[in-house]
Design a protein. Structure first.
Lengths: 346, 380
């Protein structure tokens, strides 16, 4: 495993890094993807090779762990760059470390970093890869940024304590959740304007679009629900009840759109939902780490990974048996997990 | 890194649930009580009594002289107003004695002297006031205790908020510490109803919070996570819902809540009309607390004018909005941010709905209308 330094690396450390990096690179090509896990309390990113289920590199994000935290993750459309929203723990503090950072999946180098004031919590990349939209928790706004320059081109008011962000597959809409106002704000991405606020479950966290873009799914932590939104009308058409104790946070959509995997932070369980019926078909509890918040699915849909905040681990689930097949030790306070694609392996 | 033992456990670790309705899948705590709706004003009165108790506990735990930046711990007036009218009506002598000793505590704290004896006397009077103001059947119910604990964990000043605010208001830390001690005591009164697992979960969360709050004295230089106490507090409330069989999040359905507020303040309006302003105020304090903590931000997003109307009416009756941080955030500061499209966007009707300051009974009646309008915004 490689542990990078933020500062100038010594020759010995660099040699070690290069030597260890070669092995996982070859392994990563077997699967074509890597996992990136943001660790809230150790202020770093764990890079995991799914071929071995081992952490192959740890990328520090800040020299102030415990004060600065990486949280939400997003991926460029081709999967080659993983973006991280970084902010001070104190949401009211306008820290210079409030920023968006980009990591090249091929090299695991930080290739971009730009300021995003207002305590960015989560982000999404537009489908053309040119824009990043980030929820700004402290200012009740969503910020739009040019990927190539880092220049902010939009700052739109949404609900209080903005959190989840997603861009629709057709690139037309940006959906932003807000915890304190139990809302989703719908943004016309092209015209850069809020067109609607809609009420969802209590304390919404994350929003995800279906692959065909016809539906959006919003988790509600206190409500214990998933709101199903018809994106043609921007209206809630169904509410899936997971139970008040479920405390759902992140949602992963199966590549074919047939199932949702929802991280239940309150019950340390993963809820499996059939999108054809909006029914919960399975609840995976046994061997899941404690307080899963993050969840991601492999490109082939064969594996689901959860970031478990209280057990400092990543749980690996086989989507065929819907059973836990592995557990990986992570950093401190895993928050989110995404899949980055290794370009040469595609 | 790999935990090999898990591989052998691969089979049948998912609970098959095909064919069952979603409601059957939900592991809901079977909530049978809604204490914030059924006893909204009593919960608010209890909150006032509890807050005074927290202040006394914090004063007792801190060494005299109490630092100037913590002096606000000794300010009891806003909390007394939540129940003082009822206490006066039931036992005027007790109300006078309590008020007198609280004023004495405040003075002694301000002068930097030891208030131990006065605090002990105040605690005794406060306990008697609690028994007088809150009916025994109510205060002994698990749902009521669950709601009290919820207010202590998530309200202000409370466990989660006190820790978060310590950077700007060190008194919040001391009051958060005191709130945690009170939660521990109340948890002991309901824990027998918990399953073994839930009891263990709750005690783990309480232990986590105790590590966050090792003592009443705020740390000199805090640089960690201000929200450290929020997640365990929220999770603990989730367990309390199950153990006390009560709905402890009254904002789950905002339309219902708005309707409940409209109905709940009617007796307050009657009290104002009868010249019992202190009783009317208690009712409005209860409604204002729920409005500000559960409804106001959301109404402000969906119908800013309706929110302004409610806030304006509330502020004519009682002191509200002692923390405007969220309001600033909600207002935003970006002139470029466009207003969302709305079918009934019409700035011209602002003045039509304005209510001039005046007779509290009339203001209260207008507030019923404003809450009813809010219910309509959320489809209630």
């Amino acid at each position: 495993m490689t542990k990078r330094s933020l500062g100038r690396a010594g020759a010995a450390a660099l040699s070690l890094a290069l030597a260890t990096a070669m092995v996982p690179s070859a392994l990563a090509q077997e699967t074509g993807y890597r996992l990136y896990v943001s660790n809230e309390y150790s202020a770093d990113i764990s890079v995991i090779d799914p071929a071995t289920d081992e952490v192959i590199e740890t990328i520090p994000i800040s020299e102030r762990p415990g004060e600065v935290r990486p949280r939400g993750l997003g991926v460029s459309p081709d999967g080659s760059v993983v973006y991280i929203s970084v902010s001070d723990f104190n949401t009211q503090l306008q820290s210079p470390e409030d920023q968006i950072i980009g990591i090249d999946v091929r090299t695991n180098d930080i290739v971009t970093a730009f300021h995003a004031g207002g305590n960015p919590e989560r982000l999404a990349v537009s489908t053309d890869g040119t824009e990043i939209w980030a929820s700004l928790e402290a200012t009740a706004q969503v910020g739009g940024y040019h990927v190539d320059t880092g220049v902010q081109f939009a700052g739109l008011r949404v609900g209080v304590e903005a959190e989840g962000v997603a861009v629709s597959p057709d690139g037309q809409w940006v959906y932003v959740t807000a915890e304190a106002t139990h809302s989703v704000s719908v943004i016309d991405r092209v015209n850069r304007m809020v067109v609607k606020h809609l009420l969802v479950g209590n304390r919404p966290r994350v929003v995800q679009f279906s692959p065909d873009g016809t539906r959006a799914y919003v988790s509600a932590e206190i409500g214990g629900t998933i709101s199903v939104i018809d994106t043609s009308t921007h209206t809630v058409i169904n509410t899936i009840n997971l139970g008040l104790d479920a405390r759902p946070v992140e949602i992963a959509v199966d590549p074919d759109g047939s199932r949702l995997f929802v991280a239940g932070g309150g019950t340390s369980a993963i809820y499996v939902i059939d999108t054809a019926t909006d029914a919960v078909t399975n609840v995976i509890r046994e061997q899941v780490g404690r307080r899963p918040w993050g969840v991601a699915i492999s490109p082939d849909g064969e594996r689901v990974y959860t970031a478990n905040g209280l057990s400092d681990s990543i749980t690996v689930i086989d989507t065929n048996c819907l059973c836990v097949v592995d557990s990986i030790a992570g950093g401190r306070g895993p928050h989110s997990v995404v899949v980055g694609l290794v370009p040469d392996a595609q | 890194m790999r935990n090999r033992t898990l591989i052998t456990l691969a089979a049948a670790t998912a609970l098959p649930l095909l064919g069952l309705p979603a409601s059957a899948l939900a592991q809901d705590a079977p909530t049978t009580s809604q204490p914030y709706f059924e006893h909204m004003v009593d919960q608010s009165r209890a909150l006032g009594l509890e807050r005074i108790g927290l202040r006394l506990d914090a004063i007792a735990a801190l060494d005299a002289p109490i630092d100037d930046e913590l002096a606000e711990i000794g300010e009891f007036d806003p909390d007394f107003a939540r129940f003082g009218g009822t206490l006066t009506m039931i036992d005027e002598t007790l109300a006078d004695q309590l008020l007198e000793v609280l004023e004495a505590v405040e003075e002694v704290v301000e002068e930097g002297e030891d208030a131990s004896d006065l605090v002990a006397a105040a605690r005794d009077l406060l306990a008697r006031a609690y028994d007088a103001v809150i009916p025994a059947e109510t205060r002994e119910s698990a749902a009521f205790k669950g709601a009290v604990m919820t207010d202590l964990l998530l309200g202000e000043p409370g466990v989660a908020e006190g820790f978060e605010e310590q950077v700007e208001e060190p008194a919040g830390f001391a009051l958060g510490w005191a709130a945690l001690q009170r939660v521990k005591a109340l948890w002991g009164e309901v824990a027998d109803a918990a399953t073994e697992q839930r009891r263990a979960d709750a005690e783990n969360l309480i232990a986590t919070l105790e590590a966050v709050y090792p003592e009443a004295e705020p740390p000199e230089d805090f640089t960690g996570n201000p929200e450290e106490a929020e997640s365990p507090s929220q999770l603990l409330v989730g367990i309390l819902e199950e153990v006390t069989r009560a709905d402890l999040y009254p904002g789950r359905d905002l339309g219902v809540l708005a309707g409940q507020l409209a109905a709940a303040i009617a007796p307050g309006c009657d009290a104002y009309a009868a010249g019992q302003d202190e009783i009317g105020d208690e009712v409005i304090y209860a409604a204002a607390y729920q409005y500000e903590s559960q409804l106001g931000d959301t109404l402000g997003l969906f119908d800013p004018e309706a929110n302004e109307r409610v806030e304006g009416l509330l502020s004519q009756l009682v002191t509200v909005g002692d923390d405007d941080d969220d309001d600033e955030a909600a207002a935003g500061d970006d002139d470029d941010a466009p207003a969302p499209a709305s079918d009934d966007d019409d700035d011209d009707d602002d003045d039509d709905n304005a209510v001039a300051a005046g007779d509290p009974a009339e203001v209260c009646t207008a507030l019923i209308g404003a809450f009813t309008e809010a219910r309509g915004v959320f489809g209630g």
